[in-house]
Each structure stands twice: as C-alpha cells, then as structure tokens.
Design a protein around this ligand. Structure first.
Ligand code: AMP
Length: 191
C-alpha cells in the first residue's frame, strides 16, 4: 500500500494537490475537513457536535477525529493506498494513525509537507473565502486556525522526521510545477 500524508497549513494547497495525486497513483483521498463539512451539511449527530468548533477554527477533539478517520478508511479495504489530507493534526493523531495502519499490516510510506509563507497563505484564503464562503476562512477564524496549526499541528513534523519519512516541497508556483515536485517525492517514497 502507498499511504501518504499531505501536510501543510490552511491554504497550502493540500486539497488541490491531493485531487491530482489520487488520479495519478489511484489512491483514496481522505480529508478530515471535507468529512466534517459533509457531516455538518447533512446535519448528522457528529456534524451537530462539531459544527461550532469548526466554525470557530478550533480543532475537533482527537477521539472524535480519529474514530471518523478509521471508519472512513475501513470503507475501502481494497485501496491501493490513502492520501491523508488535514490529518494527522496532532501528535496523538499521528500515533493513532501509525497504530491503525500497523493493525492492517501497513504503514505510512511518506509525509510531504507543502511549504508556503504566511503572506501567500493569507492571500489564498481570502480568495477562497470569496469563492466558497467557508465561514472558517473569515479573517478572525483563520487567525485561530493558524494559531492551532502553530500550537499543535507543527509538532507532527518532528514526529515523522524522526521516522525518516518527512520531505518538503515548495508550495508556491504553478500548480503543475508543484505537482511534479510532489510526484518526484512520492516516487522516492515508493521505492
Ligand atoms: P480543513 O478543511 O482541513 O482546513 O479542516 C477544517 C476544520 O475541520 C479545521 O479547522 C478543524 O476545525 C477541523 N478538522 C479537520 N481535520 C481535523 C483534524 N485532523 N483534527 C482536528 N480537527 C480537524
């Protein structure tokens, strides 16, 4: 199995690049943000539980997020592999993912971090807010999301670095150039 984590702050381009990677490598895309938004849209019990947190730009508690992710992965037992997008966002999530994959006789092949500076991120998210109207892309909520990123999520990087699985790709430039750089990293992790 080829299991990848696409890592980066809000607005780094994880969603866009995941879409391209899944079609090239025939992987299943699991975006915890997309899953939460679908639950909120369909007003499920889980959606009702998490909607206020998400609207405020806060992280959803680990137990809820991990359970949702595992349930989603279990829907695809025949997958060639997964791209995890927006997960893990905390070190306990990263450990839970390792344990989960190990229980299936699998593991994370590589973690690719998209590197984008703060100024560019703010610009991109302002644009996305105009296009999609996502409430958590509004400036004050975005500030909280970026705080959560630097407070909790950034610590996931050394966790994977210690396992020798981390690589970084410049996330600024043309979408196709970034995609080619990502593919070069994926091919390294596949060897
Ligand atoms: P995203 O679309 O990945 O930016 O996620 C949108 C929001 O969903 C985040 O700001 C969090 O509130 C929540 N969320 C998504 N993934 C996670 C995660 N792995 N852990 C906790 N909360 C998450």
């Amino acid at each position: 199995m080829l299991n990848l984590v696409l890592f980066g702050p809000p607005g780094a381009g994880k969603g866009t690049q995941s879409e391209k990677l899944i079609s090239k490598y025939q992987l299943i895309h699991i975006s915890t943000g997309d899953l939460f938004r679908a639950h909120i849209k369909h007003q499920t019990a889980l959606g009702k539980r998490v909607s206020a947190l998400i609207a405020e730009g806060e992280l959803v508690p680990d137990e809820i997020t991990i359970a949702m992710l595992e349930e989603e992965a279990d829907k695809n037992p025949q997958a060639n592999g997964f791209i995890f997008d927006g997960f893990p966002r905390t070190v306990p999530q990263a450990k839970a993912l390792d344990d989960f994959l190990e229980s299936k006789g699998s593991a994370i092949a590589g973690v690719i971090a998209l590197d984008v500076d703060q100024e560019e991120l703010t610009k991109r998210i302002a644009q996305r807010q105009l296009e999609t109207g996502r409430v958590d892309d509004q400036a004050d909520k975005l500030k909280k999301r970026i705080e959560e990123y630097f407070d909790k999520t950034i610590h996931v990087l050394p966790y994977y670095e210690a396992q020798g699985k981390l690589s970084k790709v410049n996330g600024i430039g043309k979408i196709d150039d970034i995609f080619n750089a990502l593919c070069a990293q994926v091919d390294q992790h596949q060897k």
